[in-house]
Design a protein around this ligand. Structure first.
Ligand code: HEM
Length: 394
């Protein structure tokens, strides 16, 4: 796939895509072009079309939920309303506040490495260990207990993996599946809202349940979308980045000793794992006014796919872009997006990934592949979902 993106960046950096079952769109693969677009949110709106969905799913979402994307989350909102809603939790996720979660995150990282030790070192490290760790962090941030964790993980996989037949609910079409998943989310978060209104706590669910004063308050769709984005945006993405980092330790075994000897490398290693994986492969922008970029003129009503997965390997920005470099600096990748929608959870995500690898290299000497890796078969959030390994302990 990366060879194809290299060719696209060189030959057709802004390419027109017309595929059966999908509305046409442009795909943008160069780092500089994506930044230029994201810098101008009034011309390039985040909504209503926000990710790649088949027309049938978009129409069903519209008919059933009144939102093309299925959920009215922060990522599909624009302008003042986006700003207002983002402000609600922005403070919580700033580095100075995220730092107070550091002890909790370190303890969880150590506990998950303990879980790896308990397997004797032979397991599917992605499915059995890694995927559960950022989920627990996200659930702690929302104040959701461990009893409901498996329910949330399943819902998130079902949401992002809807196009993957292995994830789809048995006997359901894509549309039926999407509706069923949404209903389950509504039921889940309605209970949380009722509870936090009665018993406020120091968690993000309480901020969302409390909402905004008077006529600014969130609609039921916005409130649901807010829970869903905080609950879902942070785990498959962070887990896939960790899995990519583990794959790098398998491919380049010297990295383990290097990380152990120079803890400062953990930061650049973690950021490189995010660049290399770029788990969020794309978001869409919707053109509101004529705009020329390179030799393409976008017209109002056009749709643009910003391909972060391609832009994070742009040779114009990243020397030796296809190589995982432990000490890559600078590393201004676009895996967290750019502009007003830039990932709200990026500092938390980095903290989680760094904590995991610090804990891992303290205990593990060597990681070897023990079977074929498996990748999510989807177009939006993807990465390694299975990584059988054999670990030797320090
Ligand atoms: C938005 C990536 C982890 C919460 C985004 C966007 C990307 C992204 C690409 C859209 C940016 C844009 O449109 O310009 C990632 C990656 C992660 C990660 C790669 C892990 C490695 C997290 C975590 C959380 C989180 C841990 C919080 C718990 C959000 C939220 C938004 C967002 C709330 C919407 C922001 C907005 O639209 O204003 N993320 N994310 N993400 N992310 Fe993350």
């Amino acid at each position: 796939m990366q060879a194809f993106f290299t060719w696209l960046r060189a030959e057709h950096p802004i390419a027109r895509v017309e595929a059966e079952g999908y509305r046409p769109f442009w795909v943008v693969t160069r780092h500089a072009d994506i930044r230029e677009i994201e810098r101008q949110p009034a011309i390039f709106n985040a909504g209503p079309r926000n990710t790649l969905l088949p027309i049938a799913a978009e129409e069903a979402n519209m008919a059933l939920f009144g939102v093309e994307a299925g959920f009215e989350t922060l990522v599909v909102l624009d302008g003042e309303r986006h700003y207002e809603l983002r402000q609600m939790t922005q403070d919580y996720f700033l580095p100075k506040n995220v730092r107070r979660l550091e002890g909790m995150v370190d303890n969880l990282a150590a506990a998950f490495v303990d879980r790896l030790m308990a397997t004797g070192g032979r397991c599917d490290i992605a499915a059995d260990i890694v995927f559960w760790y950022p989920l627990r962090v996200a659930m702690t941030v929302l104040g959701i207990d461990e009893a409901n964790e498996a329910r949330m993980l399943k819902l998130t996989h079902e949401l992002f993996g809807a196009s993957d037949p292995a994830v789809r609910r048995p006997g359901m079409s894509l549309v039926e599946h999407s509706i069923a998943v949404k209903r389950d989310y509504i039921a889940f978060f309605d209970e949380i809202t009722q509870d936090r209104r009665a018993n406020p706590r120091d968690d993000v669910s309480t901020i969302i349940a409390r909402g905004l004063p008077n006529e600014h308050d969130l609609s039921p769709e916005e409130r649901l979308g807010y829970y869903v984005i905080v609950a879902t945006a942070g785990h498959d993405t962070t887990a896939a980045s960790i899995a990519a980092g583990i794959q790098a330790l398998i491919d380049q075994p010297d990295f383990i000793a290097a990380l152990r000897e120079d803890p400062a490398l953990v930061k650049s290693f973690a950021n490189e794992a995010i660049r290399f994986c770029a788990p969020v492969k794309h978001f869409f922008r919707n053109v509101t006014a004529e705009y020329t970029l390179g030799d393409v003129t976008f017209r109002p009503g056009d749709h643009i796919m910003l391909h972060y997965g391609a832009a994070t390997r742009d040779e114009a920005v990243f020397p030796d872009a296809q190589t995982f470099r432990i000490d890559r600096t600078p590393n201004n990748h676009l895996a967290f997006g750019y502009g007003p929608h830039q990932c709200l959870g990026q500092f938390l995500a980095k903290m989680e990934i760094e904590a995991f690898f610090r804990a891992l290299v303290r205990r593990v000497d060597r990681i070897e592949a023990d079977g074929a890796p498996a990748y999510t078969q989807a177009t939006f959030v993807t990465g390694l979902r299975g990584l059988p390994v054999r670990c030797s302990f320090a």
